[in-house]
Design a protein around this ligand. Structure first.
Ligand code: TYM
Length: 331
């Protein structure tokens, strides 16, 4: 029986936030029993913004340790580092040749990033979504669990798969995004109109997966709400709506039941309880993280085996692609 294939990736470009956890990592764990899962540490993507080499190395192992700490089981899922499998860059090049400039110009994430980093507006940042399509298509992925911010990139991956298939005959599976109804877009705690992001200059805007208890409590207490003073889930109260989403996903309780529980109570009590919920969800992950992160030999064995397995799959797809477009096989 062939299981359907799941692929996703996370950039090792800093510490991960609870946005990354709720929008992505938490869902990775839930999928691994039913699907054949490939979870990648996308270091080739990370270098589209300047990285300090020593920190990049360290962050890659941090992400691998977090993958394990949240409960991804390397016996079930394949965990690997993108730069270990050269087929990603190679297929990325081929896909570049069938991607229209206009399509990449329309990518909102590129537009936002280019506003922020005009001194480093490199070509890699522009073709970033093409490499992402290569990641996904190499593994003939059926499903791609991501947060809401990656939706447009997924549409490009689907489009490129369809374009290649119609030009050269059926080659790629056309992937479907898996975006959850709740938690796919966790917002900044300081500005509930913008996404929670690890690159935010204001530390109070995000909670890191590795933040200690005091930092978590402090940041939640300082989270921007409103002057209505009623715990309710509505677009008129975007700050509270965001906090309720976090509460609901991390406690496994419905938003309605949480709202009912705070009837007549103030934001202070709600925030204190939310801090408890977040701390309870993250503490066991942080404990496991510490153990994995110091076991370098174990981490090495995971990413080595992962790369072997991923490479075998990816090479097969790439051979097929090269043959279809008319490259002479090396024999
Ligand atoms: P990255 O590293 O920015 O984020 C990793 C995952 O976390 C999700 N995410 C969020 N979800 C909810 N709320 C938030 N505030 C939030 N912030 C981040 C992201 O949607 C993502 O799922 N381009 C990708 C990495 C990538 C990839 C791929 C993903 C490269 N190749 C192939 C899937 C398939 C990225 O930059 O994610």
């Amino acid at each position: 029986m062939n299981k359907k294939i799941v692929f996703s990736g996370v950039q090792p470009s800093g510490s991960l936030t609870i946005g990354n956890y709720i929008g992505a990592l938490k869902n990775f764990v839930e999928l691994q029993d039913e699907y054949e899962c490939y979870y990648c540490i996308v270091d080739l993507h990370a270098v589209t913004v300047p990285q300090i080499p020593k920190d990049l190395r360290s962050h890659s192992l941090d992400v691998l340790s977090l993958y394990l700490a949240v409960g991804i089981d390397p016996q079930k899922s394949t965990l690997f580092i993108q730069s270990h499998v050269p087929a990603h860059a190679e297929l990325g090049w081929i896909l570049n040749t069938i991607t229209y400039m206009g399509q990449l110009n329309r990518m909102t994430q590129f537009k936002e990033k280019s506003k922020k980093s005009d001194e480093n507006l490199n070509a890699g940042l522009f073709t970033y979504p093409v490499l992402m399509a290569a990641d996904i298509l190499l593994y003939q992925s059926d499903f791609v669990p991501v947060g809401e911010d990656q939706k447009q990139h997924l549409e490009l991956a689907r489009d490129l798969a369809e374009r290649f298939n119609s030009r050269y005959s059926d080659t790629f599976v056309v992937p479907e995004p898996l975006i959850k109804e709740f938690g796919a877009r966790i917002m900044s705690l300081q500005d509930p109109e913008s996404k929670m992001s690890k690159s935010d200059r204001d530390e109070n805007a995000f909670i890191l997966m590795l933040d200690n208890k005091d930092a978590i409590r402090r940041k939640i207490r300082r989270a921007v709400t409103d002057s209505l003073g009623i715990v309710a889930y509505s677009d008129q109260q975007p700050g509270l709506k965001n906090l309720l989403n976090i509460y609901s996903v991390l406690s496994d309780k419905s938003v309605d039941s949480i709202v009912a529980n705070y009837d007549g109570k103030g934001y202070g009590e709600f925030k204190d309880d939310l801090a408890d919920v977040v701390i309870q969800a993250l503490s066991p992950i942080q404990e496991r993280y510490k153990e994995y992160r110091q076991d370098k030999a174990f981490l090495e064995s995971i990413y080595r085996e992962g790369a072997d397995k991923a490479e075998a799959f990816a090479a097969k797809t790439l051979r097929k692609v090269y043959k279809k477009i008319g490259f002479i096989p090396r024999i």
